[in-house]
Design a protein around this ligand. Structure first.
Ligand SMILES: NC(=O)c1ccc[n+]([C@@H]2O[C@H](COP(=O)([O-])OP(=O)(O)OC[C@H]3O[C@@H](n4cnc5c(N)ncnc54)[C@H](OP(=O)(O)O)[C@@H]3O)[C@@H](O)[C@H]2O)c1
Length: 312
């Protein structure tokens, strides 16, 4: 990927897209094509086709998507399905027609079956039932992966599809109605400390284990795979290790300096006991993450304090 190449980063205002832009700029890429959703709604087929035909980007990083936490996914299955399917359908087809050299698709570990053997390997895709709370989002993302594969097999479309674990970092969503677990817990600890409360509630037993990756590491994985001409197909991206929710909450309390007691609310469900990705395929090519969980939470905490006024 030449540094003068014309690169479209879709979703550049988002957490992942903005990190990809920072990473590209750090690496000397300056010819970036950026459009907000109000300038270019990728659900709109005509506008998307015209944009690709006019601009003819060399490379595409697809970080535009409708994204949300468990609640938002559960309550808006139809919108998560429609928006993501439409975005993928139009961008992949337009990229193929306009001669894009390589396409980076971003999915999520929720594409894998709810009961996939742990750690989850790429070949677990479509071997079992999905987690029902986000089947709309996951089905659309599976369609995106399979569409890239079909265009690759029939037309030689060059692509990589990255399936990251839970991500967190600058630009994260801190809205309690739609945020993911790590930013949600961080905000709750900060506010519990500020209110001077002596206890903080943890949903369930705290034993379920999850995996978290700092967003700049997923951006570096995208760049790494786009720069590697041989790399093609599906790649898991993560730390390759998980942490129990209770340990995560304790870590956050320590970083924020909150010394209250954690009280488990056993009336709340635990969910899947473990979710960790097998990242050996990507690591075998020479990529590895650089930000450990402690350092990443510190960075997110500092970012939240700086941008606090933007959150209600
Ligand atoms: N966050 C995570 O924990 C996580 C984990 C695994 C995978 N991922 C994947 O990473 C990708 C990016 O996620 P994110 O967390 O960065 O999401 P995000 O912060 O919500 O950003 C999504 C971006 O998509 C753009 N977008 C949404 N609808 C659009 C449309 N119709 N047309 C054009 N642009 C549109 C938005 O643009 P505007 O701001 O201009 O409206 C926004 O900048 C997604 O594919 C997601 O599946 C995320």
């Amino acid at each position: 990927m030449d540094t003068s190449a014309k690169i479209f980063v879709a979703g550049h205002h988002g957490m992942v897209g903005s990190s990809i832009v920072r990473s590209l700029q750090r690496n000397g890429y300056t010819n970036l094509l950026l459009r907000s959703s109000s300038e270019l709604d990728l659900r709109d087929q005509r506008s998307t086709m015209d944009f690709f035909a006019d601009e003819k980007p060399d490379y595409v990083f697809m970080a535009a998507a409708k994204v949300g936490g468990i609640l938002a996914n559960k309550e808006q299955q139809a919108e998560f399905f429609y928006d993501n399917l439409a975005i993928e359908l139009h961008t992949i087809h337009a990229a193929h027609l306009s001669g894009v050299k390589k396409f980076c698709f971003l999915g999520s570990s929720c594409i894998y079956p709810k009961l996939a053997p742990q750690p989850i390997k790429e070949d677990a895709l479509m071997t079992g039932h999905l987690e029902p709370t986000n089947f709309g989002y996951a089905s659309a993302k599976i369609a995106g992966v399979k569409m890239c594969e079909a265009y690759h097999d029939q037309y030689g479309f060059s692509y990589v599809a990255l399936m990251p674990c839970n991500l967190y970092g600058p630009g994260d969503n801190f809205d309690p109605r739609s945020s993911h677990v790590l930013p949600a817990l961080l905000r709750r600890v900060i506010e519990t400390k500020e209110r001077g409360e002596e206890t903080i509630v943890l949903w369930g037993t705290g034993t379920p284990k999850r995996e978290f990756l700092y967003v700049d590491d997923v951006a570096s994985a995208c760049l790494f795979l786009m720069q590697n001409e041989q790399a093609t197909g599906l790649f898991n991206v993560g730390m390759g290790e998980d942490i129990a929710t209770k340990d995560l909450l304790e870590k956050i309390c320590q970083i924020v300096g909150y010394q209250g007691t954690i009280v488990p609310d056993l009336s709340k469900p635990d969910g899947t006991p473990r979710k960790v990705l097998d990242v050996s395929k990507l690591q075998a090519l020479g990529w590895k993450p650089t930000v450990d969980l402690d350092a990443g939470i510190q960075l997110l905490y500092a970012w939240f304090l700086e941008h606090r006024g933007e959150f209600v």
